[in-house]
Design a protein around this ligand. Structure first.
Ligand code: NOJ
Length: 542
């Protein structure tokens, strides 16, 4: 089996916010087609499309009402096929989002299920009797606030939803449901798509009675079955979104002997600025040593045995420069963005770039709650207010962690609405689009865009980046992230100053070749003073 994804770089598109071709304020598939040459120029190999299926859009398409249809606001099935063709013509592959932990409440299965306990589709979902006092079967909470159980008056039972109440969870223990899902997966693969990103896939083995959601007792059985029935022998990339993942889970799922999934998304690194156990809104500063520990564990434990994904950002995460870089000055925005990119792209794994990351888009601070669109944010606001948080406290959390930070429209140029739409955008554009946009980035040879382009090219040329072993240096240093990679007689030294101050570093004496750096005038010495956010990748042979 050709493991092409090991040399690929993936670009994630959030279709609603990428490019609007028809002026309705919402990004669409023809809009994506218009930008394929741009992505080709960046040098990525694969496009991951967030959901474009039929959906009432309660959670922006992660609530699917028809797995076989494209939402009209994104275009038609013919548009989708054209996208696939146009991408393939350019040597780009397309993977789709696969959301099978839950459906929309408007999916025909759920509509049928609501008809009564005898309906054949009833058991496609998870129903439980109330407690004798009428309360919900247990106290599991939904990710989008409130209880994970919704009472259905008509039948007197509760159904389970890990996300919004309009996203009822599917009952994977039902074999017919599993058959329907495999049929649908194969239908898309037979159409010619190149793989899937599997939404919260570590939830499907859950046991709600035991209150085990992630990594539940049936997880490996179902995923193994899915592999056997759908993925095995196909030339595809599969990446599992696994919020509860551990390195052990990754070793088991991505094992090269039987790669049930090509790779999974580790969440451990992006949870490091949360107060443990208090959820994503309880903020704490990142300790760089924690980040080093997490990355090292994944790099070392998966080497040779499985495969890593590498990412800083996606449509659920704040923008990485605002989060762990520095967006406060133009110089630091670009410098820290390049440093973070270097740190990630020199590791082993498949890198993912989220739309706008390649031009250094940043978080947004809308003063009004009414400018926010995300169901998670809006529900959380209500809940925290009831719990006594002040408006300002909540807004501070939203500015830091809200998912809409990543979902503001893509900034193409400095014209009205950043060139995203000629109409009224479904969500406001980040006001910094006048300075931060694709047009500007393409005109500046020192831009982040060209830096990402260079990182992608270097990865393709250097075997040591693709497959070298990982060795962390300066483990306890609070400001420096430094590591080496080794492959045969080739070695890579990556030095990243994670902070906006000077930091001294001592490096071994070798005959270094500079692969990339984010300052122009770099002199390599055994004793060096790194400048703010300086990043250097060096190669040597011995
Ligand atoms: C993870 C997706 O990335 C997120 O956007 C969505 O809200 C949940 N899963 C539920 O599908």
């Amino acid at each position: 089996m050709n493991r092409w994804f090991e040399q690929a770089v993936v670009y994630q598109i959030y279709p609603m916010s990428f490019n609007d071709s028809n002026g309705d304020g919402i990004g669409d598939i023809p809009g994506i087609i218009e930008k394929l040459d741009y992505l080709k120029e960046l040098g990525v190999d694969v496009i991951w499309l967030s959901p474009v299926y039929q959906s009432p859009m309660d959670d922006n398409g992660y609530d699917i009402s028809d797995y076989y249809a494209i939402h009209p606001m994104f275009g038609t099935m013919d548009d989708f096929k054209r996208l696939l063709d146009e991408a393939h013509k350019r040597g780009l592959r397309i993977i789709m989002d696969l959301v099978v932990n839950h459906t929309s409440d408007e999916h025909v299965w759920f509509k049928e299920a609501l008809k009564g306990k005898d309906n054949p589709y009833r058991d496609y979902y998870i129903w439980r009797q109330p407690n004798p006092d009428g309360s919900a079967p247990n106290d599991i909470r939904s990710v989008f606030s409130g209880p994970a159980w919704q009472y259905d008056e008509a039948s007197g039972e509760y159904y389970f939803h890990m996300f919004s109440k309009r996203q009822p969870d599917l009952n994977w223990q039902n074999p017919e449901l599993r058959e329907e899902i495999y049929r649908m997966i194969n239908w898309w693969l037979d159409l010619g798509i190149d793989g899937f990103r599997l939404d919260v896939i570590d939830h499907i083995g859950k046991d709600v009675d035991q209150k085990i959601i992630v990594d539940g007792p049936y997880l490996y059985d179902y995923l193994d079955e899915m592999y056997e029935r759908c993925f095995k022998g196909r030339d595809i990339l599969t990446v599992g979104e696994t919020p509860g993942s551990t390195v052990e889970m990754a070793r088991r799922l991505t094992n090269k002997e039987r790669p049930i999934l090509s790779m999974i998304f580790n969440f451990q690194h992006i949870g490091l600025d949360e107060i443990p156990g208090q959820g994503k809104w309880a903020l704490k500063p990142l300790d760089l040593r924690d980040l080093k520990r997490v990355f090292t564990n994944w790099q070392v434990e998966l080497h040779d045995l499985g495969w890593n994904s590498l990412y800083w950002s996606n449509h659920d995460q704040p923008r990485i420069i605002s989060r762990w870089g520095d967006a406060s000055t133009e110089e630091n925005r670009v410098r820290s963005g390049k440093m973070l990119a270097t740190l990630l792209h020199m590791m082993e794994g498949t890198p993912y770039i989220y739309q706008g990351e390649e031009i250094g888009m940043t978080n947004v601070k809308f003063p009004e709650l009414s400018d926010y669109r995300d169901i998670e944010t809006l529900n959380m606001y209500k809940e925290k207010r009831e719990q006594g948080w002040t408006h300002d406290q909540i807004m501070t959390s939203i500015y830091a962690k809200g998912r809409d930070n990543a979902r503001t429209p893509m900034q193409w140029d400095d014209s009205e609405n950043a060139g995203f739409t000629t109409g009224t955008p479904w969500m406001k554009v980040n006001p910094n689009y006048k300075n931060i946009n694709v047009k500007q980035a393409l005109a500046d040879k020192n831009s982040l865009f060209y830096y990402y382009q260079q990182l992608i090219q270097i990865r393709k040329q250097e075997r040591v980046i693709q497959v070298g072993t990982f060795e962390l240096l300066e483990e306890d240093h609070p400001q420096l992230f430094m590591y080496r990679r080794h492959h045969a007689n080739e070695h890579l030294l990556v030095i990243c100053n994670f902070v906006g101050e000077e930091v001294n570093v001592t490096i071994e004496d070798h005959d270094y070749e500079m692969l990339i750096s984010n300052y122009e005038d770099v002199t390599i010495n055994p004793e060096m003073t790194l400048r703010p956010f300086e990043a250097i990748a060096l190669k040597y042979k011995e």
